[in-house]
Ligand binder design. Structure first.
Ligand code: 1GP
Length: 246
């Protein structure tokens, strides 16, 4: 029942850091996806995520999931909204956008999505989603209540609340295409206060932040945009996450 969660837990318990590749079904070149994704699997990515904040149709989500499923790795929906759900994925990050001011992203989307997730038999991965970067589509769409960069203890308090609510994952998001990734101080404080599995994404375009973030407690590193911009660099980042030299 909890196949994807177990897959992730087992790797983390063995001391591995994980890398997930995010594919936006609205932006992907479907004709090249088979080849591109194969090359990311060869580099060592551990799972695929599919989703985007805007303009993803259910048909695009399904087609993308079907192609990615061929590799035998988990395909996880990373929903901008319920339009990203597809029965062709294995699991879904069932995410509370904790620092949103909009009730829809705090609970109403979940009420809409839950019966569909049950019908599609997707495994829900209960996740706290915190958007840190502000100059991004997700921050605008999600009506974000900003977290001051100089106050990491606020992120610690969100993480503690998430754990007390029974959530298992926390996703610290700079936002797709952000100019810089989240500060390593944030995963550090999450680890200080909780046992949540920590996912970091947004704005990762080089190896340096990967090293810093994994050293600071990130369990899973997500890259998306770099796959579209520079596939070879995306492969290098994956190899850096999977290398044990941190
Ligand atoms: C976005 O964290 C992911 O939700 C990935 O971000 O596209 O900047 O890699 P990038």
């Amino acid at each position: 029942m909890s196949k994807v969660h177990e897959y992730i837990r087992t790797k983390i318990e063995k001391g591995e850091k994980l890398h997930f590749t995010l594919i936006d079904p609205d932006r992907v070149n479907v004709d090249e996806l088979e080849k591109t994704s194969k090359s990311l699997v060869e580099a060592g990515t551990d799972a695929f995520m599919i989703g985007g904040s805007l303009a993803v149709t259910p048909e695009e989500a399904s087609l993308t999931a079907k192609i990615l499923k061929e590799h035998g790795l988990p395909v996880i929906v990373f929903p901008g909204n319920i339009n990203c759900l597809t029965p062709h994925a294995d699991a879904v990050f069932f995410m509370i956008l904790m620092n949103s001011l909009e009730p829809y992203y705090l609970i109403q989307a979940h009420v809409q999505a839950a019966p569909i997730i049950a019908k599609y038999k997707l495994e829900p991965l209960p996740t706290a989603y915190l958007v840190i970067g502000l100059e991004t589509t997700v921050a605008h769409v999600g009506r974000i209540h900003p977290i001051p960069r100089s106050r990491p203890e606020i992120v610690g308090a969100y993480a503690l609340a998430a754990e007390m609510l029974g959530l298992k994952y926390i996703y610290l998001e700079a936002g797709s295409g952000a100019t810089e990734p989240v500060s390593p101080v944030f995963p550090q404080i999450v680890k200080k206060y909780t046992k949540l599995t920590t996912i970091i994404g947004g704005g990762i375009r080089s190896i340096e932040p990967v090293k810093e973030l994994t050293k600071s407690g990130a369990d899973i590193i997500v890259t998306g945009t770099i796959v579209e911009e520079d596939l070879e660099l995306a492969r290098k980042i994956i190899r850096a996450v999977k290398s044990k030299d941190f």
